[in-house]
Ligand binder design. Structure first.
Ligand code: CA
Length: 223
């Protein structure tokens, strides 16, 4: 899952990005409202963490502009405790949730996961496909009785495929949602991760659809 953090307090932004990357998210940063809006409009984000008080363009306006353009990416707004923020106003401009500073990182992470689940239309915290179960909060995968150890990136690729189970997902889409903006390498890096997943999960979960991408399915062997 790829996140955009728009936060002008650079140290806070860096530490959030570091924590979220360690959880397997791809994270891009913007430090003012104009840059944030520009990046958000480029698309490809699964969620935006948006500070309210920002130079250039404040969080309300960034949020309102995105919604006016029909962008429905979940937005978690960060606000300070000093009464600068009217919660109702934030939600009116189209934010999906808000968090008051100072907040605990654990709460932020839980809110992000809840918004991502809601967006995917899932109430359940686990992703299930036949004998395959993914637990995004613990980054744990089980296949029947076995519990393969995946790296953060392998898990992120599998999670994205699982969220779109049964659909053909292109390498470009996987790259866009799992790698951050700074990644300049080859789209074929995705093949390396898919090979590793096949090796660890069993070969028939991920089907190659020639010229189009990959599809995660239960497969005959798992029925
Ligand atoms: Ca700020």
């Amino acid at each position: 899952m790829r996140l955009l953090i728009v936060e002008d307090e650079r140290r806070l932004a860096q530490s959030l990005a570091k924590g979220l990357r360690a959880e397997g998210f791809a994270v891009d940063l913007a430090h003012d409202g104009i840059e944030g809006l520009h990046l958000a409009r480029e698309g490809g984000y699964d969620l935006v963490v948006l500070d309210l008080m920002l130079p250039g363009l404040n969080g309300y306006r960034v949020c309102a502009e995105l919604r006016a353009a029909g962008d429905e990416t979940p937005i978690l707004m960060l606000t300070a405790k000093d009464g600068e923020y009217d919660e109702a106003e934030g939600l009116d401009t189209g934010a999906d949730d808000y968090l008051t500073k100072p907040f605990s990182y654990v709460v932020l992470l839980a809110r992000i996961r809840a918004l991502l689940r809601r967006r995917a239309g899932r109430g359940d915290a686990l992703l299930r496909l036949g004998r395959l179960t993914l637990d995004p909060a613990r980054r744990r995968v089980t296949v029947g009785e076995s519990r393969p150890e995946l790296t953060a990136k392998e898990f992120a690729v599998l999670e994205y495929l699982a969220m779109r189970a049964g659909e053909v997902v292109s390498k470009g889409e996987i790259l866009e949602h799992v790698w951050d903006f700074a990644y300049q390498g080859d789209v074929n890096i995705v093949e390396v991760y898919v090979s590793a997943l096949r090796r660890k999960l069993g070969a028939d979960w991920i089907t190659t659809v020639r010229g189009a991408g990959y599809r995660l399915t239960e497969g005959d062997a798992h029925a």
